[in-house]
Design a protein. Structure first.
Length: 242
Protein backbone atom coordinates (compact mmCIF):
# COMPACT_ATOMS: atom_id res chain seq x y z
CA UNK A 1 0.00 0.00 0.00
CA UNK A 2 1.22 3.51 -0.87
CA UNK A 3 -0.13 6.42 1.18
CA UNK A 4 -0.07 10.14 0.46
CA UNK A 5 -1.12 13.01 2.72
CA UNK A 6 -3.14 15.79 1.07
CA UNK A 7 -3.65 19.19 2.73
CA UNK A 8 -6.74 20.82 1.28
CA UNK A 9 -8.52 24.16 1.40
CA UNK A 10 -12.01 24.78 0.14
CA UNK A 11 -14.93 27.18 0.12
CA UNK A 12 -17.69 25.02 1.54
CA UNK A 13 -20.58 27.23 0.47
CA UNK A 14 -21.66 25.16 -2.53
CA UNK A 15 -20.87 21.74 -1.07
CA UNK A 16 -23.03 19.37 0.95
CA UNK A 17 -20.10 18.84 3.32
CA UNK A 18 -17.00 16.70 2.95
CA UNK A 19 -18.35 13.16 2.82
CA UNK A 20 -19.56 11.56 -0.40
CA UNK A 21 -23.36 11.52 -0.74
CA UNK A 22 -25.43 10.17 -3.57
CA UNK A 23 -26.53 12.88 -6.02
CA UNK A 24 -24.94 15.61 -3.87
CA UNK A 25 -21.92 17.79 -4.60
CA UNK A 26 -19.40 17.08 -1.83
CA UNK A 27 -15.72 17.90 -1.43
CA UNK A 28 -14.67 14.27 -1.12
CA UNK A 29 -16.79 13.35 -4.13
CA UNK A 30 -15.33 16.07 -6.37
CA UNK A 31 -11.74 15.20 -5.43
CA UNK A 32 -12.44 11.48 -5.81
CA UNK A 33 -13.82 12.01 -9.32
CA UNK A 34 -10.71 14.03 -10.23
CA UNK A 35 -8.45 11.27 -8.88
CA UNK A 36 -10.22 8.63 -10.97
CA UNK A 37 -8.74 10.27 -14.06
CA UNK A 38 -5.27 9.34 -12.78
CA UNK A 39 -5.99 5.95 -11.21
CA UNK A 40 -8.14 3.50 -13.21
CA UNK A 41 -8.20 1.11 -10.25
CA UNK A 42 -9.56 1.03 -6.72
CA UNK A 43 -8.15 3.49 -4.19
CA UNK A 44 -9.32 5.18 -0.99
CA UNK A 45 -9.57 8.86 -0.06
CA UNK A 46 -10.16 9.43 3.67
CA UNK A 47 -10.75 12.83 5.27
CA UNK A 48 -9.67 13.89 8.75
CA UNK A 49 -12.94 15.71 9.40
CA UNK A 50 -16.42 15.29 7.96
CA UNK A 51 -17.11 18.99 7.71
CA UNK A 52 -20.80 19.85 7.36
CA UNK A 53 -22.63 21.53 4.54
CA UNK A 54 -21.40 25.10 4.10
CA UNK A 55 -18.36 24.72 6.40
CA UNK A 56 -15.01 25.86 4.99
CA UNK A 57 -11.49 24.50 5.39
CA UNK A 58 -8.02 26.01 5.30
CA UNK A 59 -6.24 22.87 6.42
CA UNK A 60 -8.39 19.80 5.87
CA UNK A 61 -6.27 16.66 5.59
CA UNK A 62 -7.00 13.56 3.56
CA UNK A 63 -5.05 10.35 3.10
CA UNK A 64 -4.87 8.82 -0.35
CA UNK A 65 -4.33 5.05 -0.24
CA UNK A 66 -3.06 3.47 -3.48
CA UNK A 67 -2.28 -0.18 -4.26
CA UNK A 68 0.70 0.89 -6.41
CA UNK A 69 3.07 3.88 -6.50
CA UNK A 70 2.42 7.05 -8.47
CA UNK A 71 3.28 6.71 -12.13
CA UNK A 72 4.31 10.39 -12.37
CA UNK A 73 6.51 12.63 -10.22
CA UNK A 74 4.77 14.00 -7.14
CA UNK A 75 5.10 17.74 -8.04
CA UNK A 76 3.71 17.06 -11.51
CA UNK A 77 0.82 15.05 -10.05
CA UNK A 78 0.12 17.88 -7.59
CA UNK A 79 -0.14 20.44 -10.39
CA UNK A 80 -2.21 18.16 -12.60
CA UNK A 81 -4.66 17.33 -9.81
CA UNK A 82 -5.24 21.00 -8.99
CA UNK A 83 -5.80 21.69 -12.68
CA UNK A 84 -8.56 19.06 -12.60
CA UNK A 85 -10.40 20.62 -9.66
CA UNK A 86 -12.94 23.48 -9.57
CA UNK A 87 -11.99 26.89 -8.22
CA UNK A 88 -13.57 26.29 -4.81
CA UNK A 89 -11.12 23.46 -3.96
CA UNK A 90 -7.33 23.73 -3.81
CA UNK A 91 -4.83 21.05 -2.83
CA UNK A 92 -2.21 22.99 -0.87
CA UNK A 93 0.26 20.14 -0.45
CA UNK A 94 0.76 16.47 -1.33
CA UNK A 95 3.42 14.47 0.44
CA UNK A 96 4.29 10.84 0.83
CA UNK A 97 3.20 9.40 4.19
CA UNK A 98 3.97 6.25 6.17
CA UNK A 99 1.91 3.22 5.19
CA UNK A 100 0.10 3.31 8.55
CA UNK A 101 -0.95 6.94 8.19
CA UNK A 102 -4.72 7.47 8.33
CA UNK A 103 -6.06 11.01 8.02
CA UNK A 104 -8.82 10.44 10.57
CA UNK A 105 -7.46 7.89 13.05
CA UNK A 106 -3.89 9.26 13.15
CA UNK A 107 -5.08 12.77 14.05
CA UNK A 108 -4.22 14.05 17.55
CA UNK A 109 -6.41 17.14 17.40
CA UNK A 110 -8.06 19.82 15.30
CA UNK A 111 -8.20 23.61 15.34
CA UNK A 112 -11.33 25.45 14.23
CA UNK A 113 -12.03 29.15 13.75
CA UNK A 114 -15.39 30.88 13.77
CA UNK A 115 -15.88 34.34 12.25
CA UNK A 116 -18.60 36.77 13.37
CA UNK A 117 -19.13 40.24 11.92
CA UNK A 118 -21.16 42.79 13.86
CA UNK A 119 -22.34 44.44 10.65
CA UNK A 120 -23.77 43.62 7.23
CA UNK A 121 -21.34 43.10 4.37
CA UNK A 122 -22.70 41.40 1.23
CA UNK A 123 -19.18 40.65 -0.05
CA UNK A 124 -18.29 38.46 2.93
CA UNK A 125 -21.65 36.98 3.92
CA UNK A 126 -20.64 33.53 2.60
CA UNK A 127 -17.74 33.38 5.06
CA UNK A 128 -19.00 34.67 8.41
CA UNK A 129 -22.01 35.01 10.66
CA UNK A 130 -23.27 38.55 10.29
CA UNK A 131 -25.24 39.94 13.21
CA UNK A 132 -26.90 43.33 13.79
CA UNK A 133 -26.10 43.70 17.49
CA UNK A 134 -23.01 44.33 19.59
CA UNK A 135 -21.47 41.60 21.74
CA UNK A 136 -19.64 42.14 25.02
CA UNK A 137 -16.10 40.96 24.25
CA UNK A 138 -15.18 40.59 27.92
CA UNK A 139 -18.20 38.37 28.53
CA UNK A 140 -17.31 36.23 25.49
CA UNK A 141 -13.77 35.80 26.80
CA UNK A 142 -15.02 34.74 30.21
CA UNK A 143 -17.17 32.09 28.57
CA UNK A 144 -14.28 30.96 26.37
CA UNK A 145 -12.13 30.45 29.47
CA UNK A 146 -14.68 27.93 30.72
CA UNK A 147 -14.33 25.81 27.57
CA UNK A 148 -11.12 24.00 28.55
CA UNK A 149 -10.70 20.46 29.76
CA UNK A 150 -12.58 17.20 29.31
CA UNK A 151 -16.33 17.43 28.74
CA UNK A 152 -19.11 14.91 28.40
CA UNK A 153 -21.44 16.55 25.89
CA UNK A 154 -24.06 13.80 25.95
CA UNK A 155 -26.72 16.37 26.94
CA UNK A 156 -26.18 18.30 23.68
CA UNK A 157 -25.04 15.40 21.50
CA UNK A 158 -27.21 15.63 18.37
CA UNK A 159 -25.23 13.37 16.06
CA UNK A 160 -24.52 9.66 15.78
CA UNK A 161 -25.28 8.19 19.22
CA UNK A 162 -22.68 5.46 18.70
CA UNK A 163 -19.95 8.14 18.76
CA UNK A 164 -18.56 9.03 22.18
CA UNK A 165 -19.69 12.48 23.39
CA UNK A 166 -16.54 12.90 25.52
CA UNK A 167 -14.25 15.62 24.14
CA UNK A 168 -11.01 17.12 25.44
CA UNK A 169 -10.77 20.82 24.56
CA UNK A 170 -7.32 22.27 25.15
CA UNK A 171 -7.35 25.75 23.60
CA UNK A 172 -9.89 28.56 23.19
CA UNK A 173 -9.47 32.22 22.29
CA UNK A 174 -11.68 35.17 21.40
CA UNK A 175 -10.31 38.29 19.72
CA UNK A 176 -11.74 41.38 18.07
CA UNK A 177 -10.56 43.01 14.86
CA UNK A 178 -12.59 46.01 13.77
CA UNK A 179 -16.20 44.88 13.59
CA UNK A 180 -15.18 41.20 13.52
CA UNK A 181 -15.06 38.77 16.42
CA UNK A 182 -12.91 35.69 15.87
CA UNK A 183 -13.24 32.57 17.98
CA UNK A 184 -10.66 29.75 17.99
CA UNK A 185 -11.10 26.36 19.58
CA UNK A 186 -8.89 23.26 19.53
CA UNK A 187 -9.51 19.78 20.86
CA UNK A 188 -8.71 16.13 20.41
CA UNK A 189 -12.00 15.56 18.60
CA UNK A 190 -15.36 17.23 17.94
CA UNK A 191 -18.85 15.80 17.90
CA UNK A 192 -21.44 16.71 15.28
CA UNK A 193 -21.93 20.51 15.06
CA UNK A 194 -20.22 20.98 18.43
CA UNK A 195 -18.33 24.17 17.54
CA UNK A 196 -21.46 25.72 16.07
CA UNK A 197 -23.47 24.74 19.16
CA UNK A 198 -20.88 26.32 21.48
CA UNK A 199 -20.60 29.52 19.44
CA UNK A 200 -24.37 29.78 19.08
CA UNK A 201 -24.85 29.46 22.82
CA UNK A 202 -22.08 31.99 23.55
CA UNK A 203 -23.69 34.57 21.27
CA UNK A 204 -27.14 33.91 22.72
CA UNK A 205 -25.78 34.20 26.26
CA UNK A 206 -23.88 37.43 25.49
CA UNK A 207 -26.80 39.03 23.67
CA UNK A 208 -29.26 38.25 26.47
CA UNK A 209 -26.66 39.29 29.08
CA UNK A 210 -27.18 36.07 31.00
CA UNK A 211 -25.13 35.09 34.03
CA UNK A 212 -21.94 33.12 33.44
CA UNK A 213 -23.46 30.20 35.35
CA UNK A 214 -26.04 29.83 32.57
CA UNK A 215 -23.27 29.05 30.12
CA UNK A 216 -21.50 26.83 32.64
CA UNK A 217 -24.70 24.79 33.00
CA UNK A 218 -24.89 24.47 29.21
CA UNK A 219 -21.36 23.08 29.11
CA UNK A 220 -21.71 20.60 31.92
CA UNK A 221 -25.23 19.39 32.52
CA UNK A 222 -28.18 21.37 31.28
CA UNK A 223 -29.74 20.48 27.93
CA UNK A 224 -31.02 23.75 26.41
CA UNK A 225 -34.72 24.03 25.64
CA UNK A 226 -33.72 25.29 22.20
CA UNK A 227 -30.43 24.63 20.45
CA UNK A 228 -28.75 27.85 19.34
CA UNK A 229 -26.64 26.66 16.43
CA UNK A 230 -24.40 29.20 14.71
CA UNK A 231 -24.60 29.21 10.88
CA UNK A 232 -22.16 27.06 8.94
CA UNK A 233 -20.79 29.98 6.92
CA UNK A 234 -18.60 31.26 9.77
CA UNK A 235 -16.84 27.98 10.52
CA UNK A 236 -13.40 26.96 9.24
CA UNK A 237 -11.31 23.87 9.83
CA UNK A 238 -7.91 25.55 10.22
CA UNK A 239 -5.54 22.72 11.03
CA UNK A 240 -5.31 19.03 11.87
CA UNK A 241 -2.58 17.96 14.28
CA UNK A 242 -0.64 14.69 13.98
Amino acid sequence: MYVYKLTISYDGTDFYGWQIQKNKRTVQGVIYDALKRFFPYKFRLIGASRTDRGVHAEGQVASLHLPKPLHIELPKFHRALNASLPEDIYIKQIEKAPTNFHARFSAKGKLYRYNIRQARNPFTSRYEWQIDFELDLDHLRKMANLIKGKFDFSHIHIGDKTVSPVVNLFYTDVEKSGDKIIFHIAGDRFTYKLVRLIVGEMVYNARKKLQLNEFRNFLYKQRPKTFHIAPAAGLYLVNVFY
